[in-house]
Write a protein that binds this ligand. Structure first.
Ligand code: SAH
Length: 349
């Protein structure tokens, strides 16, 4: 059977697998598919966390609007362009602008930033700003944005609604938005958290099968990490589940999801995420690269802001400068015996 044809049952079986020898087989299959489909280059995407304002009340995320203890910031256009120049100095071919769902980032304001960024050199530009209107998305696409990251977080509708409540009256339908992004000509990325309280094995297996069905260009996955200023972090039960069915939120489970994602989406760009590096500070990024991933997103956010972009606590790199982050990432790529990708590193088809 071709890897890409793996059925939900088989995916679930791998998620439940505990035998070390069998798991070695999974890692080596994922690594072989990665090498054959996307090669040895690790593409670097410079991440700029442009705002931590957010109108949503997600039960998992520290930026949720109910968190009154967080000092909020929004970067200026000049500050963003400063980071972009630094990215050029580091040789990054892609810039990612990420933030909370912030109406203070207006359509025209960001369109202007995008046009100014274009003048700074050839970059692919990725946005990750949550659920925005189709008008804003069109404006940004026309102003030079190439890609959009929007995780669907979980394909279990009940769990999704419990952890990601809608804002005043508007339905949150991330799958519909992914379709809209595709029609606008964006490269489209999505993904899930691994081990959300209430997430069972079957549901996670279906998430992975959905990655394939959506034919995603990019897939980001990482362990769910509790934040004390959130409903889930305070231990509120949003979804009762049999303890034996609950997916653990540890690095080992996240590696399985990275590996299975590579098997079902051979050509996708898959990052070794910061959440993985947070759950396993010594080996997270490296093992991510060795078990299917081919992308790293070094953090370029200025030191004075990065601690305030606290989607979860003790985020890997949150006490580093952009230079230190860059050096750490290069060392990880060398240790994994891989090379640094040149150019935008778009999905090949
Ligand atoms: N506001 C944007 C970007 C959010 S941050 C959006 O909603 O799309 C990017 C991702 O971080 C989220 O999609 C989520 O999957 C992940 N994330 C948020 N809180 C987290 C937590 N507590 N633990 C692990 N990952 C988390």
């Amino acid at each position: 059977m071709l890897a890409g044809d793996m059925a939900v049952d088989e995916i679930e079986g791998w998620l439940r697998e505990r035998d070390a020898d069998r798991l070695e087989e999974l890692w080596s299959r994922a690594d072989a598919v990665r090498r054959a489909a996307v090669g040895d280059a690790v593409h670097l995407r410079g991440l700029i966390e442009i705002s931590n304002h957010c109108v949503r009340r997600c039960a998992y995320c520290g930026l949720n609007a109910g968190n009154r203890t967080l000092a909020r910031y929004r970067m200026t256009q000049d500050e963003i362009l400063g980071c972009v120049r630094q990215a050029r100095g580091f040789g990054y071919g892609t810039i990612v602008l990420q933030g909370g769902e912030d109406p203070g980032i207006t359509g025209p304001w960001l369109a202007e930033v995008l046009r100014l960024m274009e003048q700074e050199g050839p970059f692919a530009i990725t946005l990750s700003l949550g659920e925005r209107s189709i008008e804003d998305l069109r404006l940004w696409r026309e102003a030079g944005a190439d890609r959009y990251l929007l995780r669907f977080e979980t394909s279990d509708r009940g769990l999704y609604e419990a952890v990601h409540p809608p804002v005043a009256g508007s339905l949150s339908d991330r799958l519909a938005m992914l379709g809209g992004l595709r029609r606008l000509g964006y490269e489209v990325g999505s993904g899930v958290m691994v081990g959300i309280p209430g997430q069972g094995y079957r549901s996670l297996a279906k998430d992975i099968a959905l990655f394939r069905e959506l034919d995603l260009d990019m897939v980001g996955v990482g362990p769910y990490l509790p934040h004390p200023a959130t409903a889930l972090g305070r231990g509120e039960v949003v979804r009762a589940i049999e303890p034996a069915e609950q997916v653990p939120n540890d690095a080992d489970m996240a590696y399985k999801v990275v590996a299975l994602t590579r098997l079902v989406c051979p050509e996708a760009n898959i990052p070794a995420t910061t959440a993985l590096a947070t759950a396993d500070p010594q080996m997270g990024r490296r093992l991510g690269l060795e078990r299917g991933a081919n992308v790293i997103m070094p953090d370029l956010t200025p030191s004075k802001y990065r601690r305030a972009y606290e989607i979860y606590p003790a985020k890997a790199g949150s006490t580093q400068t952009p230079e230190e982050c860059h050096e750490t990432v290069l060392a990880t790529i060398r240790a994994a015996g891989r090379t640094v990708g040149i150019g935008p590193g778009s999905r090949g088809r």
